[in-house]
Design a binder for this molecule. Structure first.
Ligand code: ADP
Ligand code: MN
Length: 495
């Protein structure tokens, strides 16, 4: 049970003089220590310690991470001791107050409650009645001064409200709690020091100009994944885009989840700087799946929703058997998925790879098939499909980057589909695939719609007319029309 393993019990016979020799004692101890902790030959690389990332700006974070690791071990030991002492006894002693891992950092912060959700708290204690300036109220023998024990006690209890919201003072509502000044002051002291401690750990946002840097909160989140054994190492950055940063990581052996973690993972971190996401409003605002939630959300939550959307969409695609990254886990704005590629080298984008004409043709037919599957089986339109978001790996095309994908009944869904078709059609026609359908034919082949216009302008006008028809139907019936799904299957709902 002891995490350090059994001690070496080799008895050495020696004279009393030797025992008294401090020198010898030291040597023996050194020897023992060397045996117990042999020098690590290859120092394992921690998260983010790779060639180009060596800078001192993350020292604070590293220190905090180390502290966190230490605290966890300390707490684990504490729990073991607690268990040992308590045994089966009905009355148990709690070591809770001696724990190091701060409640602020526990995973309960996962579901942070928004400020606006808690503003109207029906359980708020009544405002304490104030004592007027002169220091006493009442008359004659009913006089009570501000030093009155009962009044003071109640007042102290009410003042606990001013402690940081995370500071747990217990539920004393309706109990007429009276705290003595001494107890109150001790509590106040404690509350303040806890607040400071938490503030230290949750440093203010880093205003880093370096594009590759993720903010400290994200780094901590990633480190937690490594710490939990979900990831082995985060090796480096694969891509920095306007809206996301993608890292490569080696998967670990998760202790908690029963899922098998892929040996190589891609971590997509959605950027928490808001400006980039403004122009994406149109994708999500009109997506009926997110309609109810959009209006009430704060910007930080909207970014998490992109990550959530990518996860749901990838899951749908996975279920339909479309080659795409497999979702491992979603934590806030960080999505971990399987890595498409090998030995840290990501699969090339279709735009970067030179394919034989045979492979090009194969890639085209596969893409056509995937677009149909995506539409019919997943009830999705990619909405950013091009040679930039298709990877060539294992002799086939893999679809990625689906956070902006929408359902066909999205008010602009068909327009997005037409744009996708144009990109795909142009890419394969330029790539020499003579069989490749033109964008209008491809649109009809994917959607099952039969738009007959023979020029782009009329075609687009018809698309918009269809979208408008659907919108009008939504307006008058309060729900979406299933016109666009040709086979009438109900949409897959994974929410
Ligand atoms: P963005 O919104 O920034 O375009 P993407 O999801 O397209 O985000 O990812 C950016 C790049 O990262 C991709 O072009 C691809 O090269 C790489 N990438 C993303 N996900 C994976 C993955 N699962 N496996 C391998 N490479 C990936
Ligand atoms: Mn992309």
């Amino acid at each position: 049970q002891c995490p350090w393993g059994a001690p070496n019990t080799t008895s050495i016979s020696c004279s009393l003089a030797d025992v008294m020799s401090e020198q010898l004692a030291k040597e023996l101890q050194l020897e023992e220590e060397n045996a117990a902790f042999p020098e690590v030959v290859a120092v394992a690389e921690g998260p983010f310690i790779t060639g180009e990332n060596i800078d001192t700006s993350s020292d604070l974070m590293l220190a905090q991470m180390l502290q966190m690791e230490f605290d966890r071990e300390y707490d684990a030991q504490l729990r073991r001791e607690e268990k040992k002492i308590n045994g089966d006894s009905k009355v148990s002693i709690s070591f809770e107050n001696y724990r190091k891992v701060h409640p602020y950092d526990s995973d309960s912060s996962e579901d942070e409650v928004d400020w606006q959700d808690t503003r109207h708290d029906p359980y708020r204690a009544d405002k304490p009645t104030t004592t007027p300036r002169r220091g006493f109220i009442g008359k004659g023998k009913d006089i009570t001064t501000k030093h009155d024990e009962v009044v003071c006690g109640r007042k102290n209890t009410a003042r606990m409200e001013n402690f940081a919201p995370e500071f747990q003072v217990g539920d004393g509502i309706g109990m007429d709690l009276k705290l003595s000044n001494q107890v109150f002051n001790a509590l106040k002291q404690h509350a303040y020091s806890e607040e400071r401690r938490s503030a230290r750990l949750h440093e203010k946002k880093e205003h880093s100009t370096a594009e590759k840097a993720v903010d400290p909160k994200t780094r901590l989140l990633l480190y937690k994944m490594v710490n939990a054994g979900m990831l082995e190492t985060i090796t480096g950055c694969i891509s920095t885009g306007k809206e996301s940063v993608v890292f490569h990581a080696y998967g670990g052996e998760s202790a908690t989840e029963d899922k098998v973690i892929p040996s190589e993972c891609a971590i997509k971190v959605f950027k928490t700087t808001l400006n980039e996401f403004k122009n994406r409003d149109k994708y999500i605002k009109d997506d009926y799946r997110f309609k109810d939630r959009f209006s009430k959300l704060n910007p930080r939550k909207i970014i998490r929703m992109w990550a959530e959307k990518e996860m749901h969409n990838l899951t749908r695609m996975q279920n339909a058997g479309i080659p795409c990254p497999q979702v491992v886990i979603l934590k806030k704005h960080v999505l971990v998925m399987s890595f498409i590629g090998k030995d840290q080298v990501p699969a090339p984008k279709l735009k970067d790879v030179t394919l034989s004409s045979e492979d090009m043709k194969k890639a085209y037919y596969q893409t056509l098939n995937m677009m149909q599957q995506l539409y019919k089986e997943c009830n999705l339109i990619h909405a950013d499909l091009s040679e930039y978001n298709m990877l060539w790996h294992d002799g086939k095309v893999w679809l990625i980057d689906v956070s902006q994908s929408v359902e066909p009944t999205h008010p602009h869904g068909l327009e997005f589909l037409f744009r996708d078709c144009r990109n795909v059609s142009q890419f394969f026609q330029k790539g020499g695939v003579s069989e490749a359908l033109n964008e209008r034919e491809l649109f009809n082949a994917v959607s099952g719609l039969n738009i007959t216009a023979d020029n782009e302008v009329d075609f687009q006008a018809e698309i918009e007319a269809l979208e408008k028809m659907n919108e009008d139907h939504v307006q008058s019936h309060g729900k979406k029309l299933s016109t666009f799904s040709s086979d009438g299957d109900p949409p897959i709902d994974d929410e």
